[in-house]
Ligand binder design. Structure first.
Ligand SMILES: Nc1ncnc2c1ncn2[C@@H]1O[C@H](COP(=O)(O)OP(=O)(O)OP(=O)(O)O)[C@@H](O)[C@H]1O
Ligand SMILES: [Mg+2]
Ligand SMILES: [Mg+2]
Length: 541
């Protein structure tokens, strides 16, 4: 197995890495992941795969932290990894989904696995499984393969601790082949994937509690009663000590800030602290023990919590392609929220962040008086001291299994509560829907079906109309479909636009910035982590 990583190789037309992505694409199945009627989805098959890959023993010896939940899994795991790495351990972290590159899902010592190692481990697993595949034991699907690959990577790299985020649900998730983790965590529970996991919070909680293991301690965050009752019941049946980790008290950070922004991260950080300290205790590393009564966290914990990084969660990225003198006038605020609760969290983060950023600018110009600006800030259309107006734009898409009637009003209202109103909402399809993960060509814009984006646009326009108290100055009819200077399709309304592709939406934003020198564009991108990944690809490369 390759020891080091060499990034300086010259690239043939289809690179070895693209071959990996194509092979991975071949594992993507259309059917739902929890469709138990399908042979290939049987949970017990996972144990066959582990046998084929000779991973059974390695997994039983791995010192695992296993995290399920509706929201905050990835953040909690990232904080946990960072804490334990800063305590000096060799870490493996498996999270999902990825934003730009599948390697993001596998981190070793806090870094995405390098291409060279991924290639080697990938083919090691893929070829063995392919060789042994039969009608009864077909190739694992996409997510299962990635989970198996994570186990292979962490076993071969001999990590001290493996931190695993559940892909979907808990009980039947591929990561749940783990029999004896060191500690389990359940992050915030809420409504998501109801089409697979059930319709009530109690059902969802029951599914996630499927990661509890006999006698293994577990932690969760404060939950709604309906969910907590189920967790407590499942825990007591399995002889699991379930404790509630309190949200981190910001004072414990020694005047520093969590590196992941947003109030909800204090919940995730609290859980990460409990998971890390329990892991340390149960593996005999008492030197780091954190006592809840203590007034300060161990310094390694603080370092971990204040330096952990995760793309696409409350992330700010100034556009890199704008003229130098306009730098900072087009800033993307990226957050992959896609459930109603997280939509609200995201809206709050965005609202506070745009105000804070406007004020920060103001601090750079002490010669100007700041009395008027704060008031205007509160009205959501801040005229700042450099004379620029901040304008908020929304770029949105969500998967069609989500309910935009739940997501969009939550977003709009939470922003409005903080005095933030979007000047325009742009709806675009995800690039990755077509791009998938392989090296396949993109369809041309005219092939793209925009009916979902047009439906999102109608929800948005109707929300605005009903907000105006039914005055209905302009009805739906105002939207002009396909009538556009670039003849590119889509639809333009007073408050929103549909673009047939993300690059066209970004082009429009950049042109708008060029044409409006007195405006600073603050663009919230949310609704889908894939969309966030697509935007990062375009604005950061
Ligand atoms: N504790 C929380 N409560 C509510 N929303 C949260 C919480 N933590 C994170 N979020 C929101 O959910 C988004 C995704 O966060 P994160 O990646 O940590 O969660 P996840 O459970 O891994 O999500 P996914 O289902 O996408 O894998 C964030 O961008 C944020 O908007
Ligand atoms: Mg999810
Ligand atoms: Mg995740």
């Amino acid at each position: 197995m390759a020891e080091g990583c060499n990034n300086g190789s010259s690239k043939p037309t289809v690179t070895p890495y693209e071959e990996v992505l194509d092979a991975l694409s071949s594992l993507i199945t259309k059917r739902s992941r929890a469709d138990k009627s399908n042979k290939g989805d049987r949970f017990d098959l996972l144990f066959e795969y582990l046998k084929i890959l000779e991973l059974e023993e390695a997994i039983s010896e791995m010192k695992i932290i296993h995290v399920a939940g509706t929201k905050g899994k990835g953040s909690t795991c990232t904080f946990t990894e960072s804490i334990l790495r800063n305590c000096g351990f060799h870490t493996g972290l498996f999270t999902s989904p990825h934003l730009i590159d599948v390697r993001e899902r596998f981190r070793l010592d806090g870094m995405d696995i390098c291409e060279e190692k991924l290639l080697a481990y990938f083919w090691w697993c893929f070829d063995r499984l392919k060789e042994k595949a039969t009608e009864d034991i077909p190739m694992p699907n996409y997510f299962r393969f990635l989970a198996l690959l994570a186990f292979k990577i962490f076993a071969a790299e001999q990590v001290d601790v493996a931190i695993l985020e559940v892909g979907l649900g808990g009980k039947f998730d591929a990561t749940n082949v783990v029999q004896k983790p060191i500690v389990c965590g359940i992050s915030s529970l809420g409504y998501d994937h109801m089409e697979i996991l059930g319709n009530t919070l109690a059902q969802i909680a029951g599914e996630k509690a499927g990661i509890f293991k006999d006698g293994i301690p577990a932690f969760t965050v404060p939950q709604p009663d309906e969910a907590m009752n189920v967790l407590v019941e499942k825990a007591s049946k399995l002889n699991v000590t379930l404790k509630v980790a309190e949200p981190l008290d910001a004072k414990l950070l020694n005047a520093l800030k969590l590196s992941l922004e947003g109030e909800h991260q204090y919940l995730n950080a609290g859980l990460a602290i409990a998971l890390s300290s329990t892991w340390l205790q149960r593996t005999g590393h008492h030197e780091f023990t954190y006592l809840e009564q203590a007034s300060l966290l161990p310094e390694q914990f603080i370092k971990g919590l204040t330096t952990a990084s995760l793309q696409g969660r409350a992330q700010k990225v100034p556009d890199q392609y704008i003229n130098a003198e306009r730098y900072g006038d087009l800033v993307f605020y990226l957050d992959g929220a896609h459930s109603p609760e997280s939509m609200e969290m995201c809206a709050r983060w965005f609202s506070l962040a745009v105000k804070e950023d406007s004020q920060k600018k103001a601090f750079n110009h002490p010669q100007q008086n700041n009395s008027g600006s704060t008031i205007e800030l509160a009205q959501g259309n801040p005229k700042e001291r450099d004379g620029k107006i901040s304008m908020q734009i929304l770029v949105f898409n969500c998967m069609s299994v989500r309910d935009p009637q739940l997501l969009l009003p939550r977003l709009m209202k939470a922003c409005a509560n903080h005095g933030v109103y979007f000047k325009k909402a742009l709806f675009v399809p995800n690039t990755s829907v077509y791009y998938k993960i392989g090296s396949h060509a993109l369809p041309t814009d005219s092939q793209v079906d925009l009916s979902w984006q047009l439906a999102l646009q109608r929800v948005w326009e109707n929300l605005i109309q009903s907000d105006k108290g039914g005055e209905a100055k302009h009805a739906d009819a105002v939207c002009e479909e396909g009538k556009d200077d670039t003849k590119m399709g889509g639809s333009t309304c007073e408050n929103s636009r549909v673009f047939p592709s993300l690059p066209l939406a970004i082009k429009w934003l950049r042109e708008s910035v060029q044409q409006n020198e007195s405006v600073r564009y603050q663009v919230l991108v949310t609704g889908s982590l894939h969309l966030v990944g697509d935007v990062l690809r375009i604005v950061k490369m």
